[in-house]
Design a protein around this ligand. Sequence first.
Ligand code: URA
Length: 274
Amino acid sequence: MPASPEEVIALLRWYAEMGVDVPVDETPADRFAESAAAAASAPARMPSPAPASQPAAAPPRVAAPAPSLLTAAPDAVVLAAREQAGAAQSLEELRDILDRFEGCALKATATRLVFSDGVPDARVMFVGEAPGRDEDLQGKPFVGRSGQLLDSMLAAIGLDRTKVYIANIVPWRPPGNRDPTPQETTICRPFIERQIELVNPKILVCLGARSAQTLLGVTDGILKLRGRWIDHEIGGAPRRAVATLHPAYLLRQPLQKRLAWRDFRAIRAAIGEG
Ligand code: URA
């Protein structure tokens, strides 16, 4: 029985969710063979001889194509990310630079950059892992189900988005909500570090293991890491940092909310100190 239009639309939605964004044929195509055949059949270009009375003209100068960061060696991309992030003198500049940065392949599949939410003079900054579907559509971190839970956890300690700053390690949604690869995380890391430097919060809260491992240089799992305060320094500014359970994990494991509640009460107390 042929699929109904609703079924076809649902299937296409599911493909898009899974990160499929390029239609391909049912049989594999050998693109290398195709381009080799095209090159072989192209008429050979013979240089036209210069008139005898005139000296041969110099060949026209063709500008070399700008080297693409996407095809550069990983070390060169990280170096470029560090240089570009370091050049930003304000959060607006950093956002602009990041929006133009071509070194992370995630940018090509994401709808838009998800830079931040909250206020830039916040005393506490929360850093998650990577945007999901809702964040990708709205361009703001933590606006889906995880974000709603984060909002209620903030409210429970008297905070909201007018008092905190929120960002992610990776600012583009990985296709199909897969985890960012270690390479994508390494490439994006200079930008989130510069973002922390520019916000200069008193307290840094890492949401989830990947955020803590990337920013705090720790390797333990989140259940071991959470609630442990660490003296953290970026760009010479010392601050206190702590990891807690990611809201998405708490949605799957609601009983663990009691641990997150402990962490949030400690965060509230740390904000109040000094
Ligand atoms: N999970 C994250 O880590 N960040 C978001 O912005 C949303 C969900």
